[in-house]
Design a protein around this ligand. Structure first.
Ligand SMILES: Cc1cc2nc3c(=O)[nH]c(=O)nc-3n(C[C@H](O)[C@H](O)[C@H](O)COP(=O)(O)O)c2cc1C
Length: 162
């Protein structure tokens, strides 16, 4: 079935957002793809969106995921990884956006999402193993919670930090 051409840029192409004091630095729109499920095994399930091969913004970010944005779907706080997962795939991995939605269980496969990246927490790193990566992701999520509260998004969290 032919799809209407509604956009002039590829889905999942990160672009700089208009400057705003409390706004996003980058936004990415796309459709959530099926991943390889490793995130679930690690305890950090992710909603994955394919990215264009090159572009700005690789690293780990605190931000939000708006589900079905044109239909007014829910907003979630998320710790977001953008890059090639060097721990598992070296520098040649597929470039991917992976969002761990805080306090969310469920699947978002094939849903449209608008991801807003607000604060860059760190670069992508190649860890020596999954345990080291998981320990760092716990710190990323803690920092994302703190960011959300400071940004006035604490009401989106089930267990805001005190
Ligand atoms: C908050 C967060 C930070 C991450 N940081 C890194 C990182 O520094 N290095 C890396 O190789 N992968 C990183 N990842 C990606 C994980 O390797 C990936 O989510 C995991 O392997 C699961 O992959 P899957 O979604 O294909 O199942 C990060 C993911 C999240 C959610």
């Amino acid at each position: 079935m032919a799809e209407a051409a509604t956009t002039t840029r590829p889905a999942g192409d990160p672009r700089w957002a208009p400057p705003h004091p409390r706004g996003a630095v980058l936004t990415v729109e796309g459709v959530v793809e099926h991943g390889d499920q490793r995130g679930r095994l690690l305890g950090f399930p992710t909603a994955n969106v394919a990215l264009a091969g090159t572009g700005p913004g690789d690293g780990v970010w605190a931000g939000t995921v708006h589900v079905d944005p044109s239909g007014g779907g829910p907003l979630h706080v998320a710790a977001v990884s953008l890059g090639r997962r060097p721990t598992y795939y070296g520098e040649d991995g597929e470039r991917l956006l992976e969002a761990n939605l805080l306090d969310f269980t469920g699947d978002l496969y094939d849903r449209s999402v608008l991801v807003r990246l607000h604060v860059r927490l760190r670069p992508q790193q190649a860890f020596s193993g999954s345990a080291e990566l998981v320990a760092q992701m716990q710190r990323d999520v803690a920092r994302t919670r703190a960011w959300a509260v400071g940004a006035g998004l604490g009401h989106l969290l089930v267990a805001p930090p005190r």
